[in-house]
Every structure is written in structure tokens, then in C-alpha cells.
Design a protein around this ligand. Sequence first.
Ligand code: BES
Ligand code: ZN
Ligand code: ZN
Length: 460
Amino acid sequence: MPAKFADATPVSIPLHLVAEDTLDDWLESQTDTKRSWVEANGFSGALGQTLVFPKDDGSISMALAGCGTPATRSRGRFHLAGAAAKLPTGIYHLETVLIHETLMIETLGWLLAAYRFDRYAKAPPMKAELVAPEGVNAELLVALAEGEMLTRDLINTPASDMGPPDLENTARSLAEKHGADISVITGDDLLTQNFPMIHAVGRAADRAPRLIDMRWGSSGKKLTLVGKGVCFDTGGLNIKPGVSMGLMKKDMGGAAAVLGLAHMIMSTGMKVQLRVLIPAVENAISSNAFRPQDILTSRKGLTVEINNTDAEGRLVLADALALADEEKPDQIISMATLTGAARVAVGPDLAPYFSDDPAFVAALEASANKNADPVWRLPFHAPYEPMIEPGIANLDNAPSGGFAGCITAALFLRRFVTDSPYAHFDIYGWQPTAAPARAKGGVGQATRAVFAALETLMTK
Ligand code: BES
Ligand code: ZN
Ligand code: ZN
């Protein structure tokens, strides 16, 4: 769905952002009538509160949006979006801007609040539109919002309409839009071209497994993004219980996130040589499914004992990461809905990530705060390496005991990246309850933070 600002118009409605502690000051410059109206309506500046002022003809003369207190603001993000969603129909422009440093992200929130997933049922659009405020880079915000909306659409679309071929088609349209090159290796060609683990995980499904490989940009540092594209995760022969399977259309959330991020990079023309790799499979159940105790030989040559067919994400990513590493890019980043352990550790709001590069960590932590895209660093803790070594093969895809499940998964992935700087994000990709600018459903995580970090790391 398109993200857009309203065209500037002389009749747009002024919107004042007022916090609880700035309300009195603001009221001082207002007429008695306006002060009485504020009082009569009990407007206190509480977070998300709105108030519109009528003209004599019944139309709206101006509006207020409450910005709460530092304490209430610290409990969420995209504060303006919460108010914007409640405002009546009209085109608004910001008049009193409370905090200039957060103007960019609050404006982005307004665009994101307009997101609707309406492919299967009509959803009433947001009523209030915003004229791009002065001082924000409107084109950048539109690119960020479009990338996020692409991610959400891909995750929200059920597996019946978002199988490996559909993910391929989406990547192809994105490539076409931005003049990127794309090639796809499908089905048994995965075997002849040495992607045995992508093939093993995906071969039981009617819709053939594939590896999507997109390239864009001819100068600058080499950046390779790898996204887990498990279009549905039944668990395989180690079938998931119903409650755990219920949300597994989102198991291509990593692929959705890297495609959204790729859109941001390509539409803003970042000076990088971008490569996006997506192993797209369904982890299905059939007589030819891979089994517990099978030993697979990966692209890199490492052998992997399968101790749980539900730990499939690391297998498909391993072959894609090995390919990524072969050309020694300046940075490899993987994003994946990889482990339940990550969700248990930090919940749905934070994106746990792994990186041993102080420059990457510093850039990411700074950009995460600025972009309302929180991340949390977890360690590639080497003393846990023995946990992923089963003895009869080089690696174990599902260590018993379940200790530190997202760390052992990250250590597993790192075995396949030996020649390039590497960061990995174990995202959840799903907003369990609606929040301002984040509808319930698929959601991008860490993409804006990574985008902004890359602007510093890759282009300076
Ligand atoms: N796709 C799941 C991980 C997942 C589950 C992400 C729920 C978000 C929410 C992944 O393929 C999986 O099932 N991982 C197993 C690994 C285990 C068997 C070693 C897990 O985390 O339980
Ligand atoms: Zn799984
Ligand atoms: Zn999975």
C-alpha cells in the first residue's frame, strides 16, 4: 500500500502538540473561548488525547494532540500516531511542535498509522492526513514507510497466497521497480548447484523450494542481506502443536524484513552494492520430508545432524550464508524468525541481535533509539559452541537441553560465515496487540535501525 503525505493546501487544519507540562503555557496565548473549550472538554495533554475546535460554521478550526509526560512517553513509541488515528477527517499541518528531535520519527508514525491490510476485507482508511512538516525529509520518510508496509503485507498474507513462488514474485516485482538483477534457483537445481540443506528442508512441499538472489547498485561497499523465507513452518515430522503452529505464516518474517530494508536502501539510492539472498521454502510434512537423525552435508561441507526438523530456519540460512560469504562482502546481515527462545528472552517489542563488531554495535544502538526501532544485543558466547557439536556430525541443528536457544542458533549460523563481518537478528515479526502506528499483525523489526546504521557504516 502506498505511503503518502497530503499536498499542502491553504485550508489545512493547524494541529498543536501539547504535553501535560506545556499546556498552561500554550493556553496563555489563547483566547478565553478557547481556554474554556479546553477546560470544558477536560483536555489535559494526556498522551494520545485529542481535541478539535469548531468554527461558527461547524467546520474544524484547529486541533490539539496530547503528548503526555516523559514517563508516559517512555512506555511506548509513535505518540503522534496514537492521536492522529483519532482525529476527524481533514488535512492537518503541525503548528506547535513539541520536540524537534523526534519530529522525524513522529511524522513517520503518522504515515505508518495509515497502514491497513485490506487484501481480504475492506478496512476503513485513517481519516486524518498530514502535510509534510518543514524540516523533515519527506522522501526518506515515504521510503521508510513503504518498506515497512511491504514487510507487513508480506507477513500478513497467509501461506496459501505467500508460498515460495509468491515470495519469488514479490522479489521480482521489487527488483523490476528498482532496476535490480534477480536470479532464482528452484527445486532440483538446488541440488546440482549445491544448496543441499535448502532442498532438504523444502522438498516435501508441493511448492518447490528456491533460493532468491537479487543484486542492486554498482559502486560502494558490498552489503549482503539474508532473510529466512520459511513460508509456513509446520515443524516438519517433529510437528508443532496447534498453538505453536498458529502463527507460522510469519516464518518468512526475516525475508519480509530484508525485502522491506532493501526497498529503503534502493529507493533512497544508498551507495552500496546490495545483494539480497532469500531461501524460500515451506517446512512441510510428507513421505519425502527430511527426518530426525538424518545427516545433511551443507554447501560449506559441514555435516549437520538433524535432531529436530522444526529447527529448519538455521539449515536454509546456513546454505544461503555460505554462498554470501564466498564473495567476502563488507557486511553480511541475516534476519530471521529463528527461535522461540528469542521471544521468551525479550518479548515481541525488542529485536535481539548478535554482532562482535564494536563499530556496528555503536552505530546500531544510536540509530535504534532515534528510529523508534529498539534492539537488544545478545552474545555470540563461544563457551556454548560445544552445545552445537553432536559428535557424529560436525553440527547439531537442535541441541538438547534447550539452554540459550537463540544463542546456540546464532552460533550455528556463524559457523557458515568465516570470511566476512556478520550480524544476525532473531526477530519476532509480529505485533500481538495494536499499538500506535503498529497494527496487530506482521511488523518489521530492526529494519529502520539497520538502515540508519548502514548509512553511517557503509557510506562513510
Ligand atoms: N520458526 C520457529 C521459531 C519461532 C517460533 C519464532 C515461534 C517465533 C515464534 C523455528 O523454526 C523453530 O521452530 N525453532 C525451534 C528450534 C528448536 C527445535 C531447537 C524453537 O525455537 O523452538
Ligand atoms: Zn521450525
Ligand atoms: Zn521456523
